[in-house]
Design a protein around this ligand. Structure first.
Ligand SMILES: [Zn+2]
Length: 201
């Protein structure tokens, strides 16, 4: 009788242990599993969103540009601005936005991680007060701060180009490419109202 009782107690204990193991296993499978790769690819897909959708939120409205140029007769150095030069500035402004967004979209298709600033076809005297040719930004920085996408001000000749790792960065190759961001936020960039007429080609 005593043996039968002990056996029964043992069986009950074993059943309880088995049930507990089963419960733990269920709980384990119910818990969300950390999946770093999926998490990473989630960020990746966000970072690759085209800036086309929201770029204009980071640029002054066209009315403001027209109004500002309307009341402006000289650039920051006092060189007179003619009506045709002003309309050329507006035309270049929107053309430049389109070119830079297209460059990023194309770069996204090629998985580009780094972009660098270039002044084309002539140097941009305003931007060169802030950074030099070959200064780079990451795709992630562009995503979080679309304000770094050129043109950075009226009359800007700055462009953002994908860095494939084989471009000749001219003088910057000796110094190494410098990052635009020295912290988590972008450095001060030119005010959009800054105009210095670029030297003719
Ligand atoms: Zn510029």
């Amino acid at each position: 009788m005593a043996i039968a009782l002990i056996s029964l107690i043992l069986i009950i204990i074993l059943v309880l242990i088995a049930v507990k193991i089963g419960l733990n296993r269920d709980r384990l499978t119910d818990e969300p599993v950390e999946r770093p790769t999926i998490h990473t690819s989630g960020i990746y897909s966000i970072v690759r969103e085209s800036p086309r959708r929201n770029i204009l939120a980071y640029k002054p409205p066209k009315e403001d540009i027209l109004q500002y140029l309307d009341g402006l007769n000289v650039d920051m150095k006092g060189s007179p601005l003619s009506a045709s030069e002003k309309s050329g500035i507006i035309e270049r402004w929107y053309k430049s936005i389109e070119e830079n967004i297209t460059a990023i979209e194309k770069g996204d298709g090629e998985g580009i991680e780094f972009y660098y600033y270039e002044f084309l076809p002539v140097d941009c005297p305003v931007c060169m007060r802030h950074f030099s040719r070959g200064t780079f930004v990451t795709r992630e920085e562009i995503y979080y701060y679309p304000s770094v996408i050129p043109p950075l001000h009226l009359g800007c000749t700055c462009k953002i180009l994908p860095h494939h790792g084989k471009e000749n960065l001219r003088e910057t190759t000796e110094l190494g490419m410098l990052p635009l961001f020295r912290s988590k936020v972008p450095p001060p960039l030119p005010n959009w109202k800054s105009i210095i007429k670029p030297e003719p080609v």
